[in-house]
Design a protein around this ligand. Sequence first.
Ligand SMILES: [Fe+2]
Length: 313
Amino acid sequence: MASNGAVSDSKGHKFNPHFTQTVINATGPKAKPRVRQLTASLIQHLHDFARENELTVGEWMTGLELLNEAGRMSDDRRNEGQLVCDVLGLESLVDEITYKLATSAEDEPTATAILGPFWRQDAPQRAMGDTIVTGFEDKGDKTWMHGTVTDFRTGKPVEGAVLDVWHTAPNGLYEQQDEGQPDMNLRGRFTTGKDGKYDFYCLRPVPYPIPFDGPAGKILQALDRHPYRPAHIHFILTAPGYKPIVTQIFDRNSKYIEDDAVFAVKDSLLVDFKPFQGNSKADFELPYDFKLATYEDAKKHSVAGTTEESASI
Ligand SMILES: [Fe+2]
């Protein structure tokens, strides 16, 4: 009898010491190497987690029900599984691992940040200098955002870069969450010309709570945490020959900048909205330059060899 009352075998093992390896060894010879590696590691960590915490059937079922509920809530407008990962910091960590470039260059490409669950495909193509505001025109602080997209290594402008941008309305909702907003409000795609420059009008975003009526909200509540994100604007940048960047920029003066519910804030992505006079179309100016890495540079300096190998099953 062990000191805590649990039964141990003669070598002091509380639980079957061969069980985990038996499960890992069940993988057949035709499994892809990356799938084999990931699942073996996952099994090991899951089993260690269960043993270390002496996980009970009831606790395991609670976790399982959260996962099932997240699946049932998810559709093309809501990705609850992703939200669960976000509040646990997993998407931010995977994003860092995937996109980090180990480069000794003085300059660095624009840092990445999580996609989040509110991106929509096929945002409208808009002309440079246009606005993405098609609803809430009279509310919120009108902002003129502008800058240049360059190659991080050469500093040269990138032609044909597409900026896909989206952010919340002043009521803290994305358009697909809110029947009061026109379809595709506060979304747009802009393509740079030879000079790599871009500019468009938007609104100064506001902090908002991530949806907390599902499993992600239950987790936050159980952990005594709030659901708020600091004010931010989302981007996906793509350009011929360059590795795409998924990122967000954050209003430095926003509430929750120090405790984002999904852990996405990085220092290099903090921006300043500057009061802007002399332009009746904007109350604030927001200058920001994006720096892209070519596929070649990304491959050379990538921490994880992510571009080729896929773990698809
Ligand atoms: Fe967002």
